[in-house]
Design a binder for this molecule. Structure first.
Ligand code: ZN
Ligand code: ZN
Length: 345
C-alpha cells in the first residue's frame, strides 16, 4: 500500500510499504479521509515521546472496513467507521473508569499505533475492544466523520469546564478547534460567545460562525473589551484554544468569580513558563484546569452531532489533498490558510 511514513523529524516520505495483515481479533480499514491536526504538525517538527519513527501518523480518520478477523462480531466488511485518537488500555484505573485519555500509557492512533495517512490501517485488538471506533451514521460523509475526533476533544473540554446554559464564554483562538468550540457553545445554550484571535484574516473567516463578539487582539485591547462585554464581571468560562503562554495568562485576568479557565491548547516543548498571580485564583475562587484528547464515549457523541447537522462538518473543511500531496497538506494547515485540511489517501 501507499503510505506517508514519518522517517525522522521533518522527513515524511510517501512510499510503498507492506499492506498490514490482520489477526483474529483485528480489523483492516481502507482509509478514505484523514484530517490534519495541529498535533500532527507538532509531531512532524518536534517529535513526540509516544511516536517512534518510522511511523505513520494521523488520527482523525474515517474509512471502510475491508477485512475482519474471525473473532470479530460487532463489525463486518463494508461497514463505514470513524476512528479517533486516544485508545484506552482497558485495564488501568483510569481506563476502567472511562477516563482513557488519562491512562499512563495513553495509547493513541498515529502515535504508538500506526495512523491514517496511508491507504490502509489495521486496528489491533485493544483498539477494536476499547475504541474509539464507531460506525458512521447513514448520510454522513467520510470527510465529515473524520472530524469526530477533534470535536470529541472540544466536548471533553466543555465537560471539564462545566459549561452551563446562559454562561458567557470567551474562546481564545479561531482555528478549527476554537470554531468548533463556538458552534458547540451555541448549541449548549450559552448566553454570549466571545471569540478572540490575533490575526484579522483568520477572524474574517471566523465571522461565518456563531460567536456574538469578535475581537482581534492585535487591533484592540482584548482584556478591556472582554470586561466591557461582561459588564466588568469577567467570563464564566475561558477556553484557551491556542498554544500561547500569554493567552493563558490573560485568561486568568478575564475570568470572573467562580469562573473556569481551561488550558485546552498544549504549549510546545521549550515554551516560556507562565507566571500566575495566584491571588487572581484566590480572590475570584476560580478554577484553572486543562483538558487534552477525549474518550470513546465523546467520540460517539461527536459523530452523532455531526450526523444530525447540529455541528456542520462541511463548514470546517476548506482543503483536500491526495496522499502524494501530504507535504502541501501540512503546509496549508500550518500556514492557517483555511480551516480543516483533509487528506484522502
Ligand atoms: Zn486531532
Ligand atoms: Zn489505561
Amino acid at each position: 500500500m501507499k503510505a506517508a511514513v514519518l522517517e525522522n523529524l521533518e522527513k515524511m516520505v510517501v512510499k510503498q510499504v507492506g499492506t498490514p495483515t490482520i489477526e483474529k481479533e483485528e480489523i483492516l480499514v481502507r482509509v478514505r479521509s484523514c484530517a490534519v491536526c495541529g498535533s500532527d504538525i507538532r509531531i512532524y517538527h518536534q517529535g513526540n515521546p509516544r511516536v517512534k519513527p518510522p511511523q505513520i501518523i494521523g488520527h482523525e480518520i474515517a474509512g471502510e472496513i475491508v477485512e475482519v478477523g474471525e473473532k470479530i462480531e460487532n463489525f463486518k466488511v463494508g461497514d463505514r467507521v470513524a476512528i479517533g485518537a486516544d485508545v484506552p488500555c482497558g485495564v488501568c484505573k483510569f481506563c476502567k473508569n472511562g477516563l482513557g485519555n488519562n491512562c499512563s500509557i495513553n495509547y493513541a492512533i498515529g502515535y504508538q499505533f500506526p495512523g491514517g495517512f496511508a491507504e490502509y490501517i489495521s486496528l489491533n485488538e485493544t483498539t477494536v475492544k476499547y475504541g474509539p471506533l464507531h460506525k458512521i451514521p447513514y448520510g454522513l460523509s467520510f470527510d465529515e466523520a473524520s472530524l469526530a475526533e477533534p470535536l470529541a476533544c472540544c466536548l471533553n473540554g466543555y465537560e471539564l469546564a462545566n459549561l452551563r446554559i446562559g454562561d458567557t464564554v470567551v474562546i481564545i483562538g479561531a482555528g478549527p478547534i476554537g470554531l468548533m468550540l463556538v458552534e458547540l457553545a451555541k448549541n449548549m445554550g450559552v448566553g454570549k460567545i466571545i471569540l478572540s484571535q490575533r490575526s484579522k484574516e483568520r477572524l474574517e473567516i471566523a465571522k461565518k460562525f456563531s460567536a456574538h463578539v469578535f475581537i482581534s487582539s492585535l487591533e484592540e485591547n482584548f482584556r478591556q473589551r472582554v470586561m466591557e462585554e461582561t459588564q466588568g464581571e469577567g467570563a464564566d468560562v475561558v477556553m484557551v484554544a491556542c498554544a500561547n503562554p500569554c493567552a493563558q495568562q490573560e485568561a486568568l485576568e478575564i475570568v470572573g468569580h467562580r469562573g473556569r479557565v481551561n488550558f485546552f491548547g498544549g504549549l510546545p516543548p521549550g515554551s516560556a513558563r507562565i507566571k500566575i498571580d495566584s491571588n487572581f485564583i484566590h480572590y475570584k475562587e476560580c478554577f484553572v484546569l486543562g483538558s487534552h484528547g477525549s474518550v470513546p464515549r465523546q467520540h460517539k457523541i461527536a459523530l452523532d452531532l455531526l450526523s444530525r447537522g447540529i455541528i456542520k462538518g462541511k463548514d470546517f473543511i476548506t482543503h483536500h489533498f491526495g496522499l502524494d500531496e501530504i507535504g502541501q497538506a501540512f503546509k496549508t494547515a500550518e500556514e492557517h490558510q483555511g480551516l480543516k485540511v483533509i487528506v484522502n489517501p
